[in-house]
Design a protein around this ligand. Structure first.
Ligand SMILES: Cc1cc2nc3c(=O)[nH]c(=O)nc-3n(C[C@H](O)[C@H](O)[C@H](O)COP(=O)(O)OP(=O)(O)OC[C@H]3O[C@@H](n4cnc5c(N)ncnc54)[C@H](O)[C@@H]3O)c2cc1C
Length: 488
């Protein structure tokens, strides 16, 4: 599609959604999310622009449409920021926070922009870290220094050049900082824990503009909080993480016809219950011709992988088997399960402590009614090192063996489809969410309301409130799995 057609379509989309009242569109400087905002005069904007080493994007600027977008773009997440600050230096972050506070603009911090809630955008001021994306590997200490805008895939690629691997998310396009700050479940979590367990140090600009160094000696209380609740305390401008030596892995997808969904799901449960720490897999179920497919990675010996895969290959005749021996960093080239250039996307999620019969039945029922261009994913089977770490040793508490993360995703281009696809996803997740004692994984949080912070942080919540009172008492950083300070 050429640019003109795309822009025309975008204008149509905005118009269509606005007239159906789905978006609650605001004019460029109507900061309806801001609390008691004060007008921005041209002089203040000019001074702010002059302070920045990076770029300020305003609603009237070319590039604004792209600058305001995030990955999950839909009527619930669409915003019109008053300003997007494309940071090029730590000082830009400081100036942006100060400007937002002076003008009472809601702050959104964006890394890779993959939050299901669209937390990387806002009607206020967006601090976009994408331009600060350097990754430096120190092979001697097996660590990486990662600027906040770097994507997980880039950390994989850079580390891979030294025979090393990070724990980051399974999708290369996810922000390395974003995934780490919310916990971080990846292919290597069974062997090496969550991404946040491998977080060693960070530089953080807090709400009052202070640049803090955080590690085991300096501000260790904050290091604990960054490991799972990190978006709450400031803007992380860079961080250091542990890397792991890793040779080739066995990885790829095995596809089955959709009629085999029930038997593959059953086998997947049995298989994952016995899987070694080095193995991780995601089961995707789609109603379309892509059928059912398992994406997997075994970070160990080839012979063990072949032995493990025997049962996955025998359960039904695979329609396609693309598993092969490859470098771990090659997985950074793997595409997410949806359509790469879809105009709209949504996801609704649920976490369950086990893949019970009841869960499987709900999943299969929803698959039977799934509209085209939807996918149901069952991922991050909780096991291994991830679950050996005590749930209070980091802010990220979800450490129960056998737990699974279930997502109902959709993408589409015709704006009218939102009314069909979004309720399908949210209803499916509602059916799976526990009616009491619900737990939520911060990185997959797709709904928020009373009690959701407790559902995310469990028994760590009270300690996080105390930290929030210290580091962000006015709740400047609230577009996240938000811990509300008692003082706000
Ligand atoms: C296709 C896809 C695949 C995914 N795969 C995985 C996976 O394998 N494992 C997993 O655990 N999760 C996964 N996720 C979830 C993902 O980890 C979270 O959505 C994560 O928060 C995204 O980070 P981001 O920087 O890309 O997103 P953003 O929307 O930019 O940010 C997400 C949150 O982090 C905050 N944040 C980001 N950067 C900073 C910073 N520098 N300082 C302070 N706060 C910051 C934002 O304010 C926001 O609250 C996936 C998501 C998608 C869409």
């Amino acid at each position: 599609m050429n640019l003109h057609t795309r822009q025309s379509r975008r204008r149509f989309i905005n118009g269509a959604l606005a007239t159906t009242g789905m978006l609650g569109l605001v004019t460029p400087f109507d900061r309806s999310d801001a609390r008691g905002s004060s007008p921005i005069d041209g002089g203040a904007l000019a001074t702010f622009r002059a302070q920045l080493k990076g770029r300020l994007v305003l609603p009237t600027d070319a590039g604004y449409e792209a600058a305001r977008r995030v990955y999950f773009w839909n009527p619930d997440t669409e915003k019109r920021p008053a300003l997007v600050v494309r940071c090029a230096h730590v000082d830009d972050v400081r100036h942006a926070i100060a400007f937002a506070r002076t003008h009472a603009l809601e702050v959104a911090v964006r890394g890779g922009g993959h939050s299901p809630m669209g937390w990387g955008t806002s009607n206020g001021l967006v601090i976009d870290m994408a331009g600060m994306n350097l990754v430096t590997i120190d092979p001697a200490t097996r660590t990486a220094r990662v600027d906040a805008g770097a994507l997980g895939g880039e950390v994989m690629r850079q580390a891979g050049r030294h025979g090393l691997a990070p724990v980051v998310g399974q999708c290369a396009g996810v922000g390395a900082a974003g995934v780490t700050l919310g916990g971080g479940l990846g292919w290597l979590s069974g062997l090496h824990g969550a991404a946040c367990d491998n977080l060693l140090a960070a530089r953080v600009v807090t709400a009052d503009g202070t640049l803090l160094s955080v590690d085991a000696e300096r501000n260790p209380d904050l290091l604990w909080g960054l490991r799972g609740a990190g978006a709450n305390f400031g803007v992380i401008t860079s961080f250091d993480c542990r890397l792991h030596s890793l040779g080739p892995v066995t990885a790829g997808d095995i596809h089955y016809p959709v009629r085999e969904a029930r038997s593959v799901l059953r086998l997947f449960r049995e298989f994952m219950a016995e899987a070694p720490d080095a193995f991780q897999a995601t089961l995707n179920l789609t109603p379309g011709e892509r059928g059912v497919f398992v994406q997997l990675c075994h970070a160990g010996e080839s012979a063990e992988a072949e032995r493990l895969l025997r049962s996955l290959r025998a359960i039904a005749a695979p329609a396609k088997d693309m598993v092969r021996r490859q470098e771990f960093a090659d997985l950074a080239g793997r595409q997410p399960t949806g359509t790469a250039d879809a105009d709209f996307r949504c996801v609704a999620t649920a976490y369950r402590h086990e893949l019970s019969d009841e869960v499987m039945n709900v999943v299969l029922d929803r698959l039977a009614e799934a509209p085209a261009s939807t996918v149901i994913g069952i991922s991050h089977y909780m096991h291994g090192e991830l679950c050996r770490v005590a749930s209070d040793s980091t802010a990220f508490p979800l450490r129960q063996s056998g737990g699974v993360h279930i997502r109902f995703g959709a993408d589409w281009n015709d704006p009218g489809l939102a009314q069909r696809l979004m309720p399908w996803a949210s209803e499916a997740s509602r059916l799976l969410r526990a009616s009491s004692g619900e737990r939520i994984y911060a990185n997959y949080q797709s709904h928020a309301g009373k009690g959701s912070a407790e559902a995310v942080y469990g028994s760590n919540h009270a300690r996080l409130v105390a930290l929030k009172n210290t580091y962000d008492p006015s709740n400047v950083f609230r577009r996240n799995s938000n811990v509300e300070p008692t003082s706000a």
